[in-house]
Design a protein around this ligand. Structure first.
Ligand SMILES: *Cc1c(COP(=O)(O)O)cnc(C)c1O
Length: 384
């Protein structure tokens, strides 16, 4: 393996795990579809490859790329973000253990814990992770096994101090997990800030083109990596070869995409903040955002997600149904702009729970189109 330790982020994203093919010199390594591998005598494996669930060279290449861009020792890729989360939770928890979860995490994460792992004896408590005093009180009242945060959070873009959270979690021996889907490693590096595990839905910015579902875990600890690797193999929620390859291709342009997403989102947020129909804008790049100073320290850009509260639930629904360039759809992080009404779409499963999203809120995933076109679309939708 070539050492990449001295290289910058954009170079790692393009090159890590992507050495030209040894046999042909192909600059883009081929996609390996084979499910099985010829053995040179019984047990004589070439490069450790035996069967497609246990290992595949295209997946190995993606995992090397993921480890490099998050600055981790080990990376694992999965069929979806939730498959990655499920594997991590089963690797790290036993019945009776507890997860302390951020109050506005991805709805599916809450659902996985409450409705799938709950009946198997995993307990769940929810706290506003952006309030470290509240986190400390919750952790001291009863130490959890895992502290799980999304920062910026979904969809209210709350910012949590990852280094501060890691200190609080580690004081009671908890594993500190950061879902880095919104920021991506182009803007924020949780392992360097003290987190133990990074989780991704690669479906979003890493894939970046809304054409592949996937997930990933990145860790430094060898013992935890061994448990995750065993479950990846023994449970089998792995990425298929074409999915892995598409994700690798997406990651190569992550640095330039995140820069453009951030610029466009900042323009949309500033426009919304000055508009008479808007009650509140949630964007960590705005100086009015309560987490702005922390985000400026902890992140190298503010990302592409902007949430906005209008005057009523009715106004929010009307706005979400009135955009033309922003497509009304779930998900986020693709090159195209999307608009989502969380209460009835992405966060419908947490309605009425402590993780519910206010009915006035609309979430925008700002794409990489022309800024003027994005602003014109938001303006005409607000006028309706
Ligand atoms: C989408 C998403 C997930 C779940 O990922 P899937 O790929 O849809 O399974 C988890 N966390 C965040 C922040 C997400 O946006």
């Amino acid at each position: 393996m070539t050492s990449h330790t001295a290289r910058g982020f954009a170079s790692l994203a393009v090159h890590a795990g992507q050495e030209p093919d040894g046999a042909t010199g192909a600059v883009i390594p081929p996609v390996h579809f084979s499910t099985t591998y010829a053995q040179d005598g019984i047990g004589g494996l070439r490069g450790g490859y035996e069967y497609g669930r246990s290992g595949n060279p295209t997946r190995t290449a993606l995992q090397a790329q993921l480890a490099a861009i998050e600055g981790g020792a080990h990376a694992f890729s999965f069929a979806s973000g939730l498959a990655a989360e499920d594997t991590l939770l089963r690797a790290a928890l036993a019945p009776g253990d507890e997860v302390l979860l951020g109050s506005d995490v991805y709805g599916g994460t809450y659902r996985l814990l409450a409705r799938v792992l709950g009946p198997w004896g995993v307990r769940l408590r929810v706290v506003d992770m952006s309030d470290l005093d509240a986190v400390r009180a919750a952790v001291e009242a009863a130490p959890p096994q895992i502290v799980w945060v999304e920062t910026p959070s979904n969809p209210l873009l709350r910012i949590t101090d990852i280094a501060g959270l890691a200190e609080i979690g580690h004081a009671v021996g908890a594993l500190v997990v950061v879902d880095n889907t919104f920021a991506t490693p182009a803007l924020q590096q949780p392992l360097a800030l003290g987190a133990d595990v990074v989780v991704h839905s690669t479906t979003k910015y890493l894939g970046g083109h809304s054409d592949v579902v996937g997930g990933a875990l990145i860790v430094n600890d060898d013992a935890l990596a061994e448990k995750i690797g065993f479950l990846q193999y023994a449970v089998g929620a792995v990425s298929g070869p074409l999915d892995a390859w598409l994700t690798t291709r997406g990651i190569k342009t992550l640095a330039v995409r995140m820069q453009r997403h951030s610029e466009n989102a900042a323009a949309v947020a500033a426009f919304l903040e000055g508009h008479e129909r808007v009650a509140r804008v949630y964007y960590p790049g705005l100086s009015s955002h309560p987490g702005h100073a922390l985000a400026a320290r902890q992140m190298s850009g503010f990302g592409g997600i902007v949430s906005v509260a209008l005057e009523s639930g009715e106004a929010a629904r009307r706005f979400a149904e009135s955009t033309r360039l922003f497509t009304l759809a779930e998900s986020l992080g693709g090159v195209e702009s999307l608009v989502n009404y969380p209460d009835a779409m992405t966060h419908a499963s947490v309605r009425g729970t402590e993780a519910a999203v206010p009915v006035e809120v609309v979430r925008l995933s700002v794409g990489i189109e022309d800024e003027a076109d994005l602003l014109a679309d938001v303006e005409q939708a607000l006028a309706r």
